[in-house]
Design a protein around this ligand. Sequence first.
Ligand code: GLN
Length: 352
Amino acid sequence: MITRKISTALLLIAACIASALPYAAIAQQSKNVSPVAPRRELVEAVVREAYQKFKDDTSGKNADYIPYLAKVDSKLFGIAVVTTDNQVFAVGDVDYSFSIQSISKVFTLALAMNELGADEVFKKIGSEPTGRAFNSPIAVVDMPTHTGNPLVNAGAIATVSLVSGATADEKWNKILDFYGRVAGEKLVLIDEVYKSEAATNTGNKALSYLLAKYDRIYADPFESVDVYTKQCSVGVNTKQLARMGATLANNGVNPATGEQVIKSEDVAHILSTMAMAGLYDGSGGWAWSVGLPAKSGVGGGIVAIAPGKGAIAVFAPPLDEAGNSVKAQKVIDYVSEKLNYNLFSPSSVSLK
Ligand code: GLN
């Protein structure tokens, strides 16, 4: 009798668990899917339109202070959107690997925050726009923090110096591995870019010594510049760059691998820094017209983040005076307007 009761109870428990399973699976799935990720057909159409509209735009000029960059084909053009639920939309030269350049600064910042916490990084680097060119020594002298923010060269070299490691090589390998986890696939150095930049980076070396004068660099200055130069020479294609952005949009979780690569509590700090300084002295105009945190690199890439929704990455080498890809700015402006992504617009979260 007692045994029968026990086995009935066990059966009941088993039935309950079994019936709860599909719900658990659904709950798990809906936890991972953003309620605001955009509709597939819409994104597809807008990305195609943007490509057609801007493909023949030839304004701007390749960076030439790094000799390699002057030789990159100015007509290369790729657009990719990756959403927080890992839909990928890509058109143009999206498999071409270009140097990530300054966009790397965002991810080394994330790594330093993973290691030290946001408060410590803020204390040591700060987050104030400089209103000057990205490589300005005057900003280092003038700014009360000297480092300015982690997205200009001086602040970025200081951020590299914060990353832990017994040797410069150990730091570099850690940074490269981290970028790969943010992208969801292994990334590699473009050796020719590194050599070209290492042979001409006297300005960055000067910045590192200025930082030393103000006690705002936390490891050997030249070693830090060397690791920084390598991180700028990492190759990414437009799709990989969009996925790196989507990891930020997805609260630090890579939408392809599911790994929490960046701490969720750091994401808002990183995006706010991008909003203020991601396009250097072009950041004010960018916030005014596009309203999305973004980061540019002199290799011709820009990635913009729509929190909770996804990221848009564009690659087109010709730059404006501030060092931001002209075509990439136009495309992101167009796409984010059509998708109603502007963060400062209440309608972007469906408030009519
Ligand atoms: N490696 C480049 C430099 O240090 C990065 C600049 C950029 O992309 N804005 O000048």
